[in-house]
Write a protein that binds this ligand. Structure first.
Ligand code: CAA
Length: 259
């Protein structure tokens, strides 16, 4: 598939997607959202992809938010549509993807950019990254799930302050808040993302997806996460990967899940 606003590069089981609008600080316009949605949908269907690394082009920004120039003339109906379609097509799709997505935050992650990070599964940041939800400074609020996921990740107290002040936090603060998993230098950002990815791909693809569904179940209204865990745990016992994993343990060899 060929894209205009994103670059994709597959190395073994790891697909790196780079949002590539550096002159606009990789702001998420409609076309970029559609392309990311298509690329991630393809990830779900492609057995040769085990992990995705998502990053931004250039050394300044991961993503500086939704494209303000594109929505500046919208009315109420268009505003609701922008948020609803974005959430369904990209942010919820990303959160519920069957493979882990690591965001490598290489600079500004603001508004929709931070919302993209928060919908992903593992976040690592370079020490020059700055994160925030500045939407109220524009007269709007976060619309791609930010009010919900930020409070889930850092707690209501910090989320209230970050959103109402529209301020930016440093990568170190983000780590202290529990918003990112690791902070590293800009040079080490992609090597660290790849190192984490290489650990993930050693494990059972089926079990990884099942575990992600069970963890996410805690955040779905009306779903009992413990019941979901029991169901997913049991289902693992019917898979060839379970046989391979347990046999490899008993035979004192490394399991080979991806042949
Ligand atoms: N949308 C559209 N264009 C953007 C953009 C955005 N979110 N962020 C940056 N750009 C563009 C700038 O307009 C500029 O383009 P031109 O050269 O064509 O004018 C280019 O990127 C470079 O940006 P700056 O000159 O502003 O760079 P800077 O270093 O002076 O400032 C910045 C960097 C602090 C990140 C600043 O660009 C900024 O504040 N950007 C907007 C951040 C923001 O408010 N994000 C939230 C968007 S709303 C949202 O995301 C809603 C939602 O939840 C759905």
């Amino acid at each position: 598939m060929s894209y205009i606003n994103i670059l994709t590069e597959q190395n073994g089981y790891v697909l790196t997607i780079t949002i590539n609008r550096p002159k606009q600080l990789n702001a998420l316009n409609k076309d970029t959202i559609i392309e990311l949605s298509e690329a991630l949908t393809n990830v779900n269907d492609d057995a040769t992809i085990g992990v995705v690394i998502l990053t931004g082009s250039g050394d300044k920004a991961f993503v500086a938010g939704a494209d303000i120039k594109e929505f500046a003339s919208f009315d109420i109906e268009n505003g609701k549509k922008l948020a609803a379609e974005g959430q369904t097509k990209l942010f919820n799709l990303l959160e519920n993807l069957s493979k882990p997505v690591i965001t490598a935050i290489n600079g500004f992650a603001l508004g929709g950019g931070l919302e993209l990070c928060m919908a992903s599964h593992i976040r690592i940041a370079s020490d020059n990254a700055r994160m925030g939800l500045p939407e109220v400074s524009l007269g709007v609020i976060p619309g791609y799930g930010g009010t919900q996921r930020l409070a889930q990740l850092v707690g209501r107290r910090k989320a209230m302050e970050m959103v109402t002040t529209a301020g930016m936090i440093t990568a170190d603060d983000a780590k202290a808040f529990g918003l990112v998993n690791h902070v590293t230098t800009p040079e080490e950002l992609m090597p660290l993302a790849n190192k984490i990815a290489s650990k993930i791909i050693k494990n059972s693809p089926n079990a990884i997806s099942a575990a992600m569904r069970a963890i996410n179940a805690n955040y779905i209204d009306g779903v009992n996460g413990y019941d979901k865990e029991i169901e997913e745990f049991g289902n693992c016992f019917g898979t060839p990967e379970f046989i391979e994993g347990t046999s490899a343990f008993m035979e004192k060899r490394k399991a080979e899940f991806r042949k």
